[in-house]
Design a protein around this ligand. Sequence first.
Ligand code: SF4
Length: 297
Amino acid sequence: MDPKTAEDNLGIIRSMGCRSIHVGGGEPLLRLDNLVEVLEAAKRSGVSVEYVETNSSWFKNIDEATKILSKLRKKGLRTLLVSISPFHNEHIPFSRVTGVIDACKKTDINVFPWVNGFIKDLSEFNANRTHSLETFKKRFGQDYLYSILKRYWIHLGGRALDTFRPVLLNRSAREIIDENPGGCGRELSDTSHFHFDLFGNYIPGLCSGFAISAEDLIKPISKKEYPLITMLVHSGIRGMYQLACKEFGFSPARSGYINKCDLCTEIRNFLVHNTSEDLPELQPREFYRNRQLQIYA
Ligand code: SF4
């Protein structure tokens, strides 16, 4: 996020009562100078930064990591959320994670381990290599993926839909609709933990792939500009499904879905790729581009 966008959005959320934020990604430390600018923008805006998240992919050696974190510490960073999970270990060797934790100790930065409970599992493997989820299943049992849902809060949306669909009960689109007769107002208006994407759009609730312009936050959301979001607030997945079938010729591509968000994501993906509508509330487009690659790969 460029510093101007960051500062504009920080000003808006501060005016609405938010006094502290976290910075996530992607991976915020991939562009250190950019992260420094965002920390400076937060300071100027009078908004404190509770923590910055990292997956530790950037770690090369302890000296360099210490230098990087010292720079951030001088900019006021007090806590680093360090991701620790089998999903990260698919891509990032655990030695990089422990290296970042060591560098935090040297630079007086608190570590917020997300989550400590996986250290035991990761410690069973070669720390200098990555490991597939298949490897975890072979070591800890075939129900390993399912058991993770009891150890760790995971929002079942976005990429997690594809990861967990094979181990959860799948129900037909009709069953999902019958089970969810109400609107999604509770989810879409939840501001207890909210996000902006790097383009400066507000992501309502945890519903990845939806976007509301920051300047529209200070007034009631317009039905004309946000027809899908307002329809979902009032009519939920049932309304979304009926609209997609009647107006755009959608029919479910899968025989089963794990929840209403699974079906909602498929419908949105269909709309983005199969209609000529502009649909500015369905952003960032990369979210749908990536999903298309996953589905059709
Ligand atoms: S169904 Fe769609 S709008 Fe409703 S909570 Fe799930 S992702 Fe959000």
